[in-house]
Write a protein that binds this ligand. Sequence first.
Ligand code: NAD
Ligand code: GLY
Length: 364
Amino acid sequence: MMFQEIMVASQSGPYGIRIASGIYRCVPEFLREIAGESFRVGLISNPTVRALHGEVLLTLLKEQGFTVVNFDFQDGEKFKNMTSIQECLDVFLREKWERKDPFLLLGGGVVGDMGAFAASILLRGVPVFHLPTTVVAQTDSSVGGKTGVDHAEGKNLIGSFYPPKGVWVDPGFLETLSIRERRSGLGEIIKYALIGDLELLELLDRELNRLGSELFDRDLWETAIRLSVRDKARIVSEDEHESGLRMNLNLGHTFGHALEAAMGYSGILHGEAVGLGMLCAARVGERLGITEKGTEKTIAGMLRRAGLPVEWPRQISYARIAPFLRNDKKSRSGKVTLILPVAPGHVVRVRDYDETNLTVAVPV
Ligand code: NAD
Ligand code: GLY
C-alpha cells in the first residue's frame, strides 16, 4: 500500500512514522519487517478501543502466525498511574516475556504513554510500536518517546524517554472517535501552528471550522495530522531529551497540566486543558510585554472555531494550580520555564521574569 513516511532521528536509532488510511491492515507485515524473528506480540489497548478496533487487528495478526498476548489498561486518565503499570508488568512477566517480543500499543495517549513506559522497564526494555487511535496520539504522543504516568504531585511526573521502533498512523481510526475527543486533538494541532508552522496556520485559517465540525473529512484530517507529525518529528529529532527546542512543544502545557492535576485528572480533556493553557500563556506574555497585544484574543478565536472551550473553570483559582506549576518538569530551582507566544507562529522560552505576574494567567 502507498504511505508517507516521516523519519525521526533518535539516540536509540531512527524510526519512521507511516501515515495512511487503512494502514492498520499492514501491521503484521510491518512487524515482521522491523521486529525480525519475534512471533509473539503484546497487544496493549483498553476495553473501549479493543471493542472497536481490536478484534480485526487480532485476526490479522493471528492469520500471519503471530501469537498474541492481550492486555487492557482501564480507560481514562485517572488510571494513568503506577498501579496500572504494575498490572501490565505482572501479566507479561507471568507470560515469560522475552526482550525480543514487541508491544503493539493500540489506543490514545493514555494507552501509548503507559504501554511504552511499561515496555521501557520490562526486562530493561522491549520493542514498542504505536498504532495511535486519537488525534492527540496521532499528532503528538506516539512520536518522540516520552512515556509515563501521573502522580498526585503532578502530571506525567514518572516516566522515561523510550522511543518506539515504528509508528503507524491510520486516520481512519478517528471515524469512531467522539467529536469532543477530535476537537481536543485540535488543541495540539493549534499548538503546532502557533509555535511556528505557518503552513499549518494557513490551513487552520481556512479549515478550522470544518475540522471542528461533526462531519469527519478524512482527507482534511490526514493533511492536518501529516503537518503536525512533520513538526513534531523535526523538533524531537533535533532535541530528543528536551534540553531546549523541544520545550516549545509545551506551549499551553505548563498551565494545562496544572489545570488537569488541580481537577483530579477528570472533567477536562488533555487538548481542552492545553487550549486553556495557551490562553494563560498569552495573558502572562501580554502582561510581561513579550506577547503582542491581541494574541490572547486571536488564540481564543481559533479555539472557538475548533469548538474548544475558552472559559477557565470557575472553581479553579490561581492558588489551586500554583503548587502544580512549581512541580512542572521544566522547573529549575523551583522556577518554571515559561513558553510564551510572541505572536501566532512564534514563541519564546522565558526563565527570567517576576513570578507575581503569573497570577494573571487565571482569570477568576
Ligand atoms: P485517551 O488516551 O484517554 O483517549 C481518549 C478517549 O478516547 C478514551 O476514552 C479512549 O478510550 C477513546 N478512544 C481512543 N481511540 C478511540 C477511537 N478511535 N474511537 C473511539 N474512542 C477512542 O486521551 P488522548 O487525548 O488520546 O491522550 C491524552 C494523554 O496523552 C494524556 O495522558 C497526555 O498526558 C498524553 N500525551 C502524551 C504526550 C507525549 O509526548 N508522550 C503528548 C501529548 C499527550
Ligand atoms: N508533548 C510534548 C513533547 O512531546 O515534548
